[in-house]
Design a protein around this ligand. Structure first.
Ligand code: CP
Length: 320
């Protein structure tokens, strides 16, 4: 059995992806939005197999890759930490190599550890797509967020996106920072000082600017979109413990009162999973006029269709 060793397309992060390539991916994803929304299927990837390796819980990303593969005519195999031979001491790399030996056409990898998809990509020859690695990156989430904004605004250059919450532990914030600033949007990072590292100011690919603010109310008048993030307690400390600061909702939550002060055209975003009543009030999350949270989810299928098509189309069908 032979495998392509050239022209492999991995998507491991948005860091370093040039503006032209981002725009091309977003254009391709845009073309899939109608299919994703209308449940249309095609045979673009008929006969291909996508392996979902999810070693951390997921609702949106895992199901979205599965739906995207289905819409393209491909099938999926799913592996999680539970129920696989990882529990018998097999390593993650051996797991990936075994799936590749079965002839899967791409590996979609989620891990609580930053860098895992990169290690897998070094070990296998098939395409690898990062579905979220630790605090590092979540590139398809970044792309679907940017696609959602681009479809609303036409062009994101010069717009201001306020990202609020646990920035330090957020791979979503990192991927958005890379993608948004590369395409010329400005990003304001907001949260308690301990959750917004100054080093994030350096995560800019330009021409977009990055700034840090600790007073949410100061930022909202200039926002074009507000992206609320969950506090990721599972990444706070070694035992996954910790708790939400008692005044967090008052200071950093997008409460109904705070949302009422926003200009009406400001878009409200959240990558999910949401903690209603903590970082965002239920009435704000469900606001039919301003919340694009479920639109993000629909656009996520389109983004994953575009990424899978690109990754798998670069792979010739294995020959015996
Ligand atoms: N946004 C996101 O990654 O959600 P899941 O953890 O449910 O995949």
């Amino acid at each position: 059995m032979t495998h392509a060793t050239t022209a492999r397309y991995n998507l491991l992060g948005l860091d370093g992806v040039p503006a032209g390539e981002l725009a091309a991916l977003l254009d391709e994803a845009d073309g899939f939005v109608a299919a994703a929304a209308s449940r249309e299927t095609s045979d673009l990837l008929a006969g291909r197999v996508i392996a979902n390796l999810f070693f951390e819980d997921s609702t949106r990303t895992r199901c979205s890759f599965t739906v995207a593969a289905y819409r393209l005519g491909a099938t999926t195999v799913d592996l999680t930490g539970k129920g696989s031979s990882l529990s018998k001491g097999e390593t993650l790399l051996d797991t990936a190599l075994n799936l590749e030996a079965m002839g899967v056409d791409a590996l979609v990898v989620r891990s609580p550890r930053s860098g895992t998809p990169h290690l897998v990509a070094d070990a296998v020859t098939c395409p690898v797509i990062n579905a979220g690695d630790g605090r590092h990156e979540h590139p398809t989430q970044g792309l679907l967020d940017i696609l959602t904004l681009r479809r609303r605004w036409g062009d994101i250059a010069g717009r201001t996106v306020v990202i609020v919450g646990d920035i330090a532990n957020s791979r979503v914030a990192r991927s958005n920072l890379h993608g948004l600033t590369t395409l010329g949007a400005n990003v304001v990072l907001v949260g308690p000082p301990a959750l917004v590292p100054v080093s994030f100011m350096k995560i800019t690919a330009g021409p977009g600017r990055v700034s840090i603010e600790h007073d949410l109310d100061k930022t909202l008048a200039n926002a074009d979109a507000v992206m609320m993030l969950r506090i990721q307690l599972e990444r706070h400390g070694t035992d996954g413990g910790g708790s939400i600061p008692p005044d967090y909702r008052r200071r950093y939550g997008l409460t109904a009162d705070r949302a009422a002060s926003l200009p009406p055209e400001v878009l409200i975003m959240h990558p999910g999973p949401m903690n209603r009543g903590v970082e965002i009030d239920a009435s704000v999350a469900d606001d039919p006029d301003r919340s694009v949270i479920l639109e993000q989810v629909t656009n996520g299928v389109a983004v994953r269709m575009a990424v899978l098509k690109r990754a798998v189309s670069c792979q010739p069908i294995a020959e015996n």
